[in-house]
Structures are given as C-alpha cells and as structure tokens.
Design a protein around this ligand. Structure first.
Ligand SMILES: Cc1ncc(C[n+]2csc(CCOP(=O)(O)OP(=O)(O)O)c2C)c(N)n1
Ligand SMILES: [Mg+2]
Length: 369
C-alpha cells in the first residue's frame, strides 16, 4: 500500500462508516494532503469532510458533476473503512482507470468484485501508520491538489427549472440544509426521493446522517428511525421518508406516540412510487399504475395522537421544523413535491442525461462520532 500511494499520481481516498467508527477523519485528511489525494466519502459517511479543501463529496451514484469529471482521471482509489461496493464504484464506471485498494477491519465480503489490495486493520491506526512511514520517507505529493482541480470543484453549477406540479425537490432539499438544527440526526429512507436529500442537503455541522438502505428495501425507515431516536435522545431527530414507503409501516405512528418519542417526519410526497413511476413512463408504460391520490398524512398523524403541517412552499421548511421541535412528539411535515421532477441519479442512470449536479459544500464544525 505504501508503494502504491508513493507511485500514485492522482489518488482518491474514500472514507466509509468504518472511518467514522474509528475516528480516522484527521489521519485521513493528513494522508490525503501528503499524497495529493481528493477526499471523498461513501454515502454512509456523507459530510465527513465538509469544509475541507479538495473535498469531492460522495463517490458513487450520488457523485456530483465536477467530482465525476475528476474521478475519471484517478489512478488509485483507497477505501478507508469503506467496502467500496458496486454502488460506491458504480460498477467500475466512475473510476475507469484506477487501481483499487482498501483498508478495513473486516475481510472483503465474499461477493466483492474488484478486491484489489485489501489491508486488514483499524482505519485510524492503519492510516496513522501510513502517515508515519510516508513522513519518514519525506513524501509530499501535489497529485490532484492543483489550481485546476480547485477551479473544477468550485465551478458554478447550472441552474434548474422550477416545476409547476408541486414543490421543487432540489430546492426543498437545499432549504432543508439551513433548516436542520446543528446537532440534529437525520434518518433518510430509500426511493427516488433520497437522491435529492443525499445530493442537496448538507450534513448538520454537529449532526449525522443515517440512510435506511439495507437490501435496498423500502418500508424500513420508521422502525430504524425509532431505534435511532431511542439510542440518541439528546439529538433532535428529523426523518425523511417517501409517501409510498411510509404506507408500508404507517402503524408505527402508534409506537412513536405510545413511547412519547419526539420525531419530525418529512414525508417526501410525490403521490406515488416515484422510483417506479419514472421508469414506467420512460419505458412507455402507464406511470399511473404506480401513482395514487395522496392521503392526508397530517390527519393520519393527528389521529394517532401526533401533529403536523402541510408544507406550502420550500422556504417554509424552517418554520415547519421549528414547530416540530416545539411539539416534542410525532410531527409530520407533508411535503407535496413535484411528481414529474427526476433526480440527478435517475436522469443519469435511466434517462442517459449528462450529470449536472453541483458539488455540495457544507461546513463541519465538529467531526461526528
Ligand atoms: C420491499 C421493497 N419493495 C419494493 C421495492 C422497489 N421500490 C424501490 S423504491 C420504490 C418506491 C418508493 O416509493 P416512495 O417511498 O414514495 O419514494 P419515491 O420513489 O416515490 O420517491 C419501490 C416500490 C423495494 N426496494 N423494496
Ligand atoms: Mg413517493
């Protein structure tokens, strides 16, 4: 691994959940600066390097356009506490020219493709050892850390057109960044909608993101979020869930109310299984097969003993969250988003469009534990 990093001309370091668990952030930042690497994260470690120079954000399906362009030229990709699975490497598409290496406490999973070099060890200790060896050998590389890279990362993103059939999901996700309390924990479900949250909502400065994507299954967010709420009662908890997924576990409202758990639940409501509706439309089928007339989720929450509000505009999200914090119980924010607005990931993966997503630049005051 030492030799690989010494020879690397344009390395990228991708931190995953294991890097957070072992508190490896500062060691990774030193290693990246020594080797001239771009910093990136898997979805699981979203926001870990916010505020750092040469932070390229998320590597994987949710990659922004400037980073995607730079990753094409990477010659070494080092995962730290990151599995670097199919989605993080986009099946190899995102790093077409790179040798892959990993540092992980676990052995490579049996189904892992492109194992590359796998070093077993604690993320922080192993990266610290690398830093020591590279310092002894006086390695200081410029690598990716040039003014050209800075220019690409800071390029002004293209604007987007506002939809006329509901709230703009990109604008809503962006407005959510400023609305989240600094120490809040955000739990986000999986569906078409999660791309907006992953790519346009910054991680709260002293908070954390969880994504409930195990097995890619929808309908698990509320049960997972209830566990997170019980485990971290000192943090305000904001949950983002799709309307279709929510209707698979709506009965858990009763659990929340019975245990008196405070939770702000934003229903990203496009009145359908958007993930399916967009694909049906694309293939010439009837998208209406995966769409419905939305129930009144606020009324449902109230009937269980919770409360809520229907969001009238994107910029009302701050007020709605403030009301939810005051309510200190289940508080549903029903956000009727545009059902026709396609996420960047879907535009790229299913519609063959060019990636135009901006780099999400957050500022982190404190590393999450
Ligand atoms: C258990 C399960 N059933 C079906 C799917 C396929 N699926 C993936 S996303 C999705 C739609 C989710 O709808 P919603 O929560 O409203 O989010 P949206 O896609 O509309 O943003 C479906 C049916 C799945 N991933 N898991
Ligand atoms: Mg939906």
């Amino acid at each position: 691994l030492v030799e690989l990093l010494i020879c690397a001309e344009r390395p990228v370091i991708i931190a995953g959940a294991g890097a957070i668990a072992s508190d490896a952030r500062n060691q990774i930042i030193s290693l990246a600066s020594r080797t001239g690497a771009l910093l990136a994260t898997s979805l699981q470690a979203k926001g870990l390097f916010d505020g750092e120079e040469f932070n390229a954000g998320i590597a994987g399906g949710f990659v922004c356009a400037p980073s995607e362009r730079l990753f094409q030229d990477a010659d070494v990709v080092l995962g730290v506490g990151a599995e670097l699975g199919f989605y993080t490497l986009e099946g190899g598409r995102i790093f077409p020219n790179a040798t892959v290496a990993r540092i992980d406490i676990d052995p490579p999973p049996p189904a892992q493709k492109n194992v590359g070099l796998h070093v077993r060890g604690d993320a922080r200790e192993t990266v610290a050892a690398l830093n020591r060896v590279l310092a002894e050998r006086e390695i200081e590389r410029q690598g990716f850390r040039t003014s050209k890279t800075r220019e690409i990362l800071n390029s002004i993103p293209p604007g987007f057109e506002r939809p006329s059939d509901g709230l703009d999901p990109r604008l809503l996700a962006r407005s959510l960044s400023a609305a989240l309390p600094a120490d809040s924990v955000v739990t986000c479900g999986v569906g078409h909608f999660w791309g907006f949250v992953a790519m346009y909502t910054t991680c709260p400065t002293r908070g954390k993101f969880h994504f409930s994507h195990q097995f890619g299954a929808i309908g698990q967010t509320l049960p997972l979020a209830i566990g997170i709420a019980v485990g971290a009662p000192e943090h305000p908890h904001v949950v983002v869930e799709g309307d279709g997924s929510l209707m698979m576990h709506l009965q858990e409202f009763e659990t929340l109310v019975r245990y008196g758990l405070p939770m702000i639940l934003i229903v990203w409501n496009d009145s359908g299984f958007g993930a399916e509706a967009h694909k049906l439309r694309l293939k010439g089928f009837d998208a209406g097969l995966a769409q419905w007339r939305s129930p009144d989720f606020v009324a449902v929450a109230k009937s269980f003993g919770g409360d809520g509000v229907r969001l009238e505009s994107e910029d009302q999200i701050g007020n709605a969250i403030a009301r939810g914090l005051e309510a200190r119980k289940l508080f549903v924010i029903d956000a009727r988003v545009s059902p026709s607005t396609v996420s960047d990931l879907y535009l790229k993966t299913h519609f063959g469009a060019k990636n135009r997503a901006p780099l999400l630049q957050g500022v982190r005051s404190h590393p999450p534990k």
